[in-house]
Design a protein around this ligand. Structure first.
Ligand code: AMP
Ligand code: MN
Ligand code: MN
Ligand code: MN
Length: 304
């Protein structure tokens, strides 16, 4: 039997994806530490010219169905996303997952466990802040957390700004929330191999987020990349709101050296706080790179 033409062809022509595609594959909603709901982010992404979008909330896929449906409703191609907190060589590394099945039981359970320690950590952070004369920080931060399972340092930062202890969010991190400071509580996040496996096991592609932010020595960075690849990780962020232009140049070379696929995303959290708005990165991927989206075309949720 012949397949009817209407079933064989998509209703609207699919835009060609190329290295200069305005892809934004890293941002946060109220489901983690962003200030906009998934639907509002979808609208903002579309208005800002995004051609391929992924919402990548920290340690949580609770916003994926909403993002996917909102994107479909406004004609925006969508990839599922997440940003997983990992402990590697005693530091926190973020691994972005793209194009996975967000209902896959193993990633859902793994993320639930990763989120699990956040409540107790937040209470300890508040105790540290109380000791330096800032009371009520747990309750204060919780008010900013759209998802109580995902209380993060960002929510504490917003509370400390609102209550007049600091002028802006970066100042809070500098004075109170980074290693050695009164509100910092060390935490053990997911293992690198587990995070990569959850993503790839659900049909997705794992990406090292903002490598320029970790302050690794070349030896540590080599260890991160080679272990990540040994576990099946295939991508690295090159152009991101968390990188300088020099970082983008450096990680273009790294992606080529290790034959990693390159990703691009604003890491947008909030109109008031973020340096780069969603879809507004000035730089594109170098034409020499292989974009992650070429390897993920079969995983894109195309609008009808
Ligand atoms: P958490 O997962 O609770 O440790 O919070 C980490 C989040 O804090 C990151 O995803 C960023 O959104 C934010 N963050 C980390 N460092 C800084 C900083 N120096 N300035 C502003 N925001 C930061
Ligand atoms: Mn964040
Ligand atoms: Mn991150
Ligand atoms: Mn992020």
């Amino acid at each position: 039997m012949n397949t009817p033409l209407s079933a064989a062809l998509p209703a609207t022509p699919r835009p060609a994806l190329h290295p200069q595609t305005n892809a934004d594959l890293h941002c946060h909603s109220t489901v983690s530490d962003g200030t906009l709901a998934p639907e509002a982010l979808a609208e903002r992404a579309k208005a800002n010219g995004v051609e391929l979008w992924a919402l990548t909330d920290h340690d949580e896929v609770g916003g994926q169905q909403r993002a996917l449906e909102a994107a479909r409703a406004i004609g925006l191609p969508y990839l599922t996303g997440v940003e997983i907190s990992v402990t590697f060589a005693g530091k926190v590394v973020h691994i972005v997952g793209l194009g996975f099945d967000h209902h896959d039981p193993r990633i859902v359970q793994g993320l639930r466990e990763t989120r699990g320690g956040r409540g107790a950590r937040a209470r300890e952070m508040a105790e540290g802040l109380a000791r330096v004369g800032i009371p009520g920080a747990y309750e204060g931060a919780l008010k900013y957390a759209g998802n109580p399972e995902l209380i993060s340092r960002t929510h504490f930062a917003r509370f400390l700004v609102e209550s007049g202890h600091c002028g802006d969010v970066p100042e809070v991190f500098r004075r109170f929330l980074t290693e050695g400071k009164p509100g910092f509580v060390p935490h053990r996040w997911a293992a690198l191999g587990d995070a990569v496996l959850w993503i790839t096991g659900a049909g997705g592609l794992a990406v090292i987020a903002h490598p320029g932010r970790y302050g690794f020595t070349p030896t540590e960075e080599y260890a991160l990349i080679t272990e990540f690849m040994a576990h099946g990780g295939r991508g690295i962020e090159v152009v991101t709101g968390s990188h300088t232009t020099a970082d983008a140049v450096q990680y273009t070379a790294t992606a080529l050296e290790f034959d990693l696929l390159a990703s691009r995303g604003s890491d947008f959290h909030s109109p008031e706080e973020s340096r780069v708005d969603i879809g507004q990165l000035d730089e594109h991927l170098s034409g020499k790179l292989k974009p992650v989206w070429n390897a993920l075309e079969h995983r894109i949720h195309w609008p009808d």
